[in-house]
Design a protein around this ligand. Structure first.
Ligand code: AMP
Length: 465
C-alpha cells in the first residue's frame, strides 16, 4: 500500500515523500480513506502509531480540495490536544505535510503571551491546533470565531479527560456549528470516553490498531535495584560509564526533576528539566536542545513528557517508577521508535517494589534485575511511604494532607491498553493514580480495593492555559 493509493492528492503525497515516509502505517491505511469519505471517526490509537499523519493528511486534502469560503478566512479545522508539546508537534506536522497546499495553520496554547496568538488569528487561519484552556481564553475574549469549523479532532481524548478537560471540551463544542466532521482519537475506551463519543459522533467509522512498535517486545528493559539515596550517583555512573549521550529521565515530581538536574550538573552532566512549573519558553528550549543533541539529559515528569516525539531516542531512565503502571509503557515508548532499538532502565528502591509488581503485571512479564557493582542495595532496608506531591521531600510520614503511596498498596485492577499483544480493545478503565505525578492536586473519590475498577482520577489544575 502506498500513500498514493489512499486517495491523497499529488501535493500531499509529495510532501509526505519528501519527509521520508514511503509506506503508510496501519492507522494511516484505515484512517485516511475514512476521513476522506467525510464521516465521523472513532479511532483507537496511541502515540507512536503514526496517528497524527492519519488525521492531518486527509484533513489537508479535504480542506484544499473543497477550497476556501469566500470572504474572511475562518478556522475550518480545529484540533484539540491535551498538552502544549503535543499541540506544537501536531501543528508542525500540519505545516510539514501541508507545505505544497495553500492552507494556513497556527497553534495556540497557554504559558506564553496571548497577544501574538491574537494577531495570528486575526490574519486568518484554516487549521488551528489548540489546548483547551487557552482556546477558551480566546473564546472569552472574542478573539476567535469557531462558527465555521468543518472538522473537529479530539486527539488523545482519554488524556484530555484524565487531565480534567471535559467541561472545557463541552464548552468548545457549544461554539461549533452542528454540522461538521468529528474525529476522536483515544488510546483507551473508558466509559467516560464512550459517553463523550456517543454524544459527539454520528455513525462513526471505527478503527483500532496496536502500537506500531510493540514497545514491550522491542525495547530492552531492565531494573537496577538500588537504595533510594544512591539513585543519583548510580545514574551519573551509568551515563558516564556507558557514554550515554541522549537520555530522557523520568522523575515523579517537579521538585525531584529540579533536584536531579542540579545533582547531575555537579557531576559534569548537562541536564535540563521540563515540567509544569517551567515557562513554555524554557520547555521549548530544553526540548530543542535535547533533540539536536546539545543537551545530554532531559529530566521530565510524566505530564510534561506526554506526546514528546523524539525519533530514535536511545535511552529512557525511570529514575522513579511511575505511580500509574500504564505510564511506564508511555515512558518507555519514547525509545525504540521507528524500528530503532532502545533501552529503558528503571532504578528501583525498596519503596517501589509494589509499583514494580503492578508494572510487571500490566506488561505481563518480569523485568530482568541487574545489580550494578558498587550500588548493591541494602538487603535489610525497609520500605517507606512515597511522597507523591511535588515540593515535599521524601521519605516522610503522611499527615497534613500529604499525598503518599503506602508501600503495601497495590493498584491491581488496572486494565489499560498497552502493547499490541496485551491490548484489550474495549472496556478499559484507567487505574487509580492515587497521587500526583506532576504536582497537581488529584481528587480521589473512594480508595480502590484491589481487583476492582474505579473511576478515573481527576486532575484539577495543570491545564494547558
Ligand atoms: P505519531 O503516532 O503520530 O505520534 O507518530 C509517531 C512517529 O511515527 C513519528 O515520529 C512520525 O514522524 C512517524 N511516522 C508517522 N507516519 C509514518 C510513516 N508512514 N512512516 C514512517 N514513520 C512515520
Amino acid at each position: 500500500m502506498t500513500f498514493n493509493e489512499l486517495g491523497l492528492s499529488e501535493a500531499i503525497v509529495r510532501a509526505v515523500t519528501e519527509h521520508g515516509y514511503t509506506i503508510p502505517t496501519p492507522i494511516q491505511v484505515q484512517a485516511i480513506p475514512a476521513v476522506l469519505a467525510g464521516g465521523d471517526l472513532l479511532a483507537g490509537a496511541q502515540t507512536g502509531t503514526g496517528k497524527t499523519a492519519g488525521f492531518t493528511l486527509p484533513i489537508l486534502q479535504r480542506l484544499s480540495s473543497t477550497g476556501m469560503r469566500p470572504g474572511a478566512r475562518h478556522v475550518r479545522a480545529l484540533i484539540l490536544t491535551p498538552t502544549r508539546e503535543l499541540a506544537a508537534q501536531v501543528e508542525e506536522s500540519v505545516r510539514t505535510y501541508g507545505k505544497h497546499v495553500k492552507l494556513s495553520s497556527a497553534v495556540i496554547f497557554g504559558g506564553v503571551n496571548i497577544n501574538p496568538q491574537i494577531d495570528r488569528l486575526r490574519g486568518g487561519i484554516d487549521i488551528l491546533v489548540a489546548t483547551p484552556g487557552r482556546l477558551l481564553d480566546h473564546m472569552q475574549q472574542n478573539t476567535i470565531d469557531l462558527s465555521k469549523v468543518e472538522i473537529l479532532v479530539l486527539d488523545e481524548a482519554d488524556r484530555m479527560l484524565d487531565m480534567g478537560f471535559i467541561k472545557d471540551i463541552r464548552r468548545v463544542l457549544k461554539a461549533l456549528p452542528p454540522k461538521r466532521q468529528n474525529l476522536l482519537f483515544s488510546a483507551t475506551f473508558s466509559d467516560e470516553i464512550k459517553t463523550l463519543a456517543d454524544g459527539l459522533l454520528n455513525a462513526p467509522a471505527m478503527i483500532e490498531v496496536a502500537r506500531r512498535n510493540s514497545t514491550v517486545e522491542i525495547i530492552a528493559q531492565k531494573v537496577h535495584p538500588v537504595d533510594r539515596d544512591k539513585k543519583h550517583p548510580l545514574l551519573s555512573n551509568l551515563i558516564k560509564s556507558n557514554g550515554w549521550s541522549q537520555v530522557l529521565v523520568f522523575t515523579r515530581t517537579k521538585h525531584g526533576a529540579n533536584k536531579l538536574v542540579e545533582q547531575l550538573g555537579h557531576d559534569g552532566i548537562s541536564g535540563m528539566a521540563i515540567h509544569g512549573n517551567k515557562s513554555q519558553a524554557a520547555r521549548t528550549r530544553a526540548l530543542a536542545e535535547f533533540k539536536d543533541g546539545s543537551l545530554q539529559v532531559l529530566v521530565a515528569t510524566d505530564i510534561a513528557a506526554r506526546g514528546i516525539d523524539i525519533d530514535q531516542l536511545p535511552h529512557v531512565v525511570n529514575y522513579d517508577l511511575p505511580n500509574i503502571p500504564e505510564d511506564y509503557v508511555h515512558r518507555i515508548g519514547r525509545t525504540g521508535r521507528a524500528g530503532a532499538t532502545g533501552e529503558a532502565v528503571s532504578l528501583v528502591c525498596v519503596d517501589e517494589h509494589d509499583m514494580l509488581k503492578d508494572i510487571e503485571r500490566l506488561i505481563k512479564r518480569t523485568l530482568p534485575r541487574e545489580v550494578v557493582a558498587g550500588f548493591e542495595p541494602d538487603p535489610n532496608a525497609r520500605a517507606q511511604p512515597i511522597q507523591l506531591r511535588s515540593g515535599q521531600g521524601r521519605p516522610g510520614g503522611g499527615g497534613g494532607g500529604r499525598s503518599t503511596r503506602a508501600p503495601s498498596r497495590s493498584t491491581s485492577g488496572s486494565s489499560r491498553a498497552t502493547s499490541g499483544a496485551s491490548r484489550a480493545s474495549n472496556g478499559n478503565s484507567r487505574a487509580p493514580s492515587g497521587g500526583d505525578v506532576d504536582g497537581n492536586r488529584i481528587e480521589r473519590a473512594a480508595p480502590p480495593s484491589p481487583g476492582t475498577r474505579s473511576a478515573p482520577a481527576r486532575r484539577s489544575g495543570g491545564r494547558g492555559r
